[in-house]
Design a protein around this ligand. Sequence first.
Ligand code: IVH
Length: 664
Amino acid sequence: MEPLPSDWPTWDTGRLEAEIAGHNRRYWDDQAPSISDYDYDRLVERLRALAPESPVLRAMGPTIGALGAPVEHLASMLSLDKTYDEDSLQKWAAKFEGELVMTPKIDGLACSIRYTRGRLEVAATRGSGEIGEDVTINIRLFDDVPPRIPVDETVEVRGEVFLPLSAFHALEGDFANPRNTAAGALKQKNPDKFKAFGLRFFAYDVLGVPIETEHEKFACAKAWGFVPVEHALVRRDQVQAGYEAYVARRDDFDFEIDGVVFKANRLDEQVRLGATAHHPRYAIAYKLQGESATTVLRDVEWSVSRNGVLTPVGIVEPVKLSGATVTRISLHNWGLVQSKGLSLDATVVAMRRGGVIPYLEAVVKPGDRPIEPPAECPSCGAAAEVSGDLVWCRNPQGCRAQTIANLNHYAKVVDIEGFGQVWLEKLLDAGVLHAPPDFYRITAQDLVEFDRMGETLAAKMVAAVDARRAVSLPVFLQALGVRDLGKTAATTLAERYGTLDAVRAATPEALTELSKFGELVARHVTEGLAEKAHLIDALLEHVEVTPVAVREKPRGGPLFGKSFLFTGTLARMRREDAQDRVIALGGTAASGVSKNLGYLVVGSEGKAGSKLQKAEKAGVPVLSEDAFVELLERAEAESRATRSSEAQASQAQAPDGVAGAQSP
Ligand code: IVH
């Protein structure tokens, strides 16, 4: 650094800090800087030399929230779609033109760093994808993150914060894994302690600059002083080899990788493909296989699920998988046992992927003792029934295992604390608890009767129930244990209908208009709710179900008022994706032919069958897949144009909007 001119005052640290803080305020909050950037930088460098740990150096942005404060992302931070095999990767890659970029998927935390007028303004974790947590003061301490970039527009650099394995192993204390440690470290308030962790940041995305390819983004990030994640351009026929090369190098990196990310290199293709609410269609993570080990299957036990399915569990010779000893593996269902030709004493490969319970991956050598489906339910003794891939216990009322599983499910979903498996069994056997409404009738007197239950614990359990007498609609729906009505479906239903009465009144046809509700799911849900009418009514005597705000279907949109029905197999996209895209444009996905149907789309593969005949009879327009895609793309272009003119209008008021080159 050049010596300061002699006429510059020789401030002490305190005055220098106050001076810089004043300039910060004038620059960021008042947008009226009183000195040049050059002079400001000199002051900052001076302070850095005098007091490198000064808090003022960590707060050189606008007066924003503290560590952990909510930060709204300018463009949603989505997650990645996943694939586990080459086939589906190739199907995905066939949807766009041009090369692909390939990068390792680092197991860390996504972070977005925003620059305004060239200065690091705010950094935030991904959070919900819409709103993240402020981590600016710690991100400023990264050597991998420049405080300034030579660009005036608002720009976002996104990437992965991670803890190098070498740094993780050097830590003393009880740290579960690098990822969780990195997440904890980012929240560290003490700068010395934070720096001691040695977190790093690799950039994988740049938003807000007018460039044409992913590849250029990396060059851009690098030129600004970031470390871009390792990347390569590949052709379609090189993706599998590229993936395998990463598998082979997996242990060589100083960070954990859990997959390989592929993206369409051309941004115009990315814009054309767009995104679902969850992930962009132009990127995918080809996940690495989990750890596997060979062992011998000795026995099969049948466990009873909540809805009466008898599931086979393999008992195997103890084997080490990801550091834990495994003796039980999931065999999924009776169909899998048959299709794998499984027998007792077979040598099998057990696999664990992404932290889930280990399961049977392959049979290496068959055994010689056949496996039979159970003749009766291991819990209640009722005759078991084989139907397709599944074995059923059709005795829901009289089966202890099902009753307990249902009580357990209700307590878990509604989040009633203290009712673990052991207590549920005791309470059921004592006749205190049989169905979910009984939770709300339990008194402390009922409970103190039991061994190992004092008055304090009894009061606590009753209070835990009382704390859950108001239950939000999606939670209530999920807690009922209706087939196919899991968390996502319950949320979709609740957001569409708002109240329990409206959900109960919905027809299967109406449900098929919702995202991810096919005909079968719609039927299971409506039938399940009808079958459980008695349970619902009984629960309503004790529980207040709180409604949720109805999420309005997008009004307008280029396909507003038009319904689409698909038949045959689509060659260019999955049917669910086609439906999602129609819905995103304001249209609806129909479940059957009626004269009100907008279009019947006939897939290019397979036969169209009776729907086509019916549609022709009803005078419904029929589209080939190509014609449909053309219509869709035109509508998407129209919608983009509308949005960008809306965005321009709103940018006129808020000049700092990120002109997302790739935001869908
Ligand atoms: S590209 C739409 N590239 O994976 C997001 N992500 O499930 C596109 N990740 O939250 C991100 N390494 O934090 C990309 N080389 C890489 C990555 C990567 C890790 C994370 C990222 C994201 C998650 C997606």
